[in-house]
Design a protein around this ligand. Structure first.
Ligand code: SAM
Length: 345
């Protein structure tokens, strides 16, 4: 994008609209963890286990030091911080390398910034060197990779989308989804992910807050569905006989749903790239069969949501009016659900 000025975020490509943003804050991901909800019972349990290996805790992205202060208060640990900015800690670029000769336990909330949003927010020039030659698409994954390379135990507050990402989770032991707003100034849904040494490999236990949900592998397995052979499903078809609201609205009556015929989304708006609302068709089905499939697909979706406490779905922009996190159904899973519903018809 030629001529872009660092510090302006693109909000509408069609209308070439930009808004001013704080570039330092965005490129460093400086959103502090002021809430203490992250240190719940399962995370405390893991911290007690981790601190048997070392009584020191390092935050390589320490910022104001909120996490470290809490860890010192609650566990009596010796604390060390590093940061690329500010005068409080030793300066270090921890996205490049983290000195940790004593193998302290790492507790951190690294910067989050997706490669594509760095571009949209006009700060790509400040972070490009980290993404160059890396397979990761977000700064927090690069940060996590660096932490895992130098510590046996890592506790990291990271985006919930980590759970559905392809990042290697073989050292993950405990993960807790934090439902409240953890940060003072963003709405990013977060998890606390706890990693141990490779020698302790287990199936990660998943919690929502303090509540146990199950093993991560079982939750991810729910996404795989039952059917393998595919029936032809045409997505983003303006004349499709099935409507798909693929995101929860703020209005709780409008949750993710397959709908026979028209719904609030205008057919004229359907595009090749539609990802949130659309129409689709299953050409080989009669109208009666299609109605059965839609009813069954909604039932399967409700079961999946319940069994996984919604974790099979990606989080989407904040909460609904009842305070539940909104979710998005990706089309790969939508396809799988329809396939399974067709098998059961
Ligand atoms: C999300 S804040 C977290 C601060 C602190 N852990 C907390 O939760 O209060 C991220 C911090 O990482 C720092 N940071 C960003 N890029 C960095 C880098 N390459 N190396 C070291 N620190 C960095 C920022 O300056 C910011 O203080």
């Amino acid at each position: 994008m030629p001529g872009r000025i660092v510090g302006q975020m693109l909000v509408s490509a069609d209308r070439e609209r930009f808004i001013e943003i704080d570039t330092d804050k965005v490129s460093r991901g400086s959103f502090y963890t002021t809430d203490e909800a992250w240190l719940n019972a399962p995370i405390r349990g893991f911290m007690n286990h981790a601190l048997l290996s070392s009584s020191s805790v390092l935050d390589p992205f320490a910022g104001d030091g909120h996490l470290l202060e809490l860890v010192r208060r609650e566990f009596g640990a010796a604390i060390f911080g590093l940061d690329i900015a500010g005068a409080k800690w030793a300066r270090n670029d921890s996205l490049v390398n983290i000195p940790n000769p004593g193998r302290a336990v790492i507790v951190t909330n690294p910067p989050y910034l997706a490669n594509h949003s760095a571009r949209r927010k006009g700060v790509a020039a400040l972070v490009d060197t980290y993404f160059d030659g890396s397979d990761y698409d977000n700064l927090y994954k690069i940060a996590l990779d660096r932490c895992l390379a130098v510590a046996d135990f890592v506790v990291a507050v990271i985006p919930e989308t980590f759970l559905l990402s392809s990042f290697d989770k073989s050292r993950l032991q405990v993960v807790s989804v934090i439902e409240g707003d953890l940060f003072s100034d963003t709405e990013a849904p977060a998890v606390v992910a706890c990693f141990g040494p490779a020698s302790e490999r287990t199936d990660a236990r998943v919690f929502v807050g303090d509540k146990p949900i199950g093993a991560l592998s079982d939750i991810l397995e729910l996404r795989r569905g039952r059917s393998r052979a595919g029936i032809q499903i045409v997505f983003n078809d303006p004349n499709g006989r099935i409507g798909l609201r693929a995101v929860d609205a703020q209005d709780v009556r409008r949750r993710i749903e397959f709908i026979v015929g028209d719904f609030e989304y205008k057919r004229s708006k359907v595009k090749e790239s539609s990802r949130l609302m659309t129409y689709l068709d299953i050409p080989e089905l009669t109208q009666d069969e299609l109605q059965n499939v839609v009813a069954h697909a909604n039932k399967l979706l409700a079961e999946l949501r319940e069994k996984s406490c919604d974790l099979v779905l990606a989080p989407f922009k904040g909460n609904d009016k009842s305070g539940n996190r909104r979710r998005r159904l990706d089309y790969a899973l939508a396809r799988q659900i329809i396939n399974d519903a067709c098998l059961a018809r």
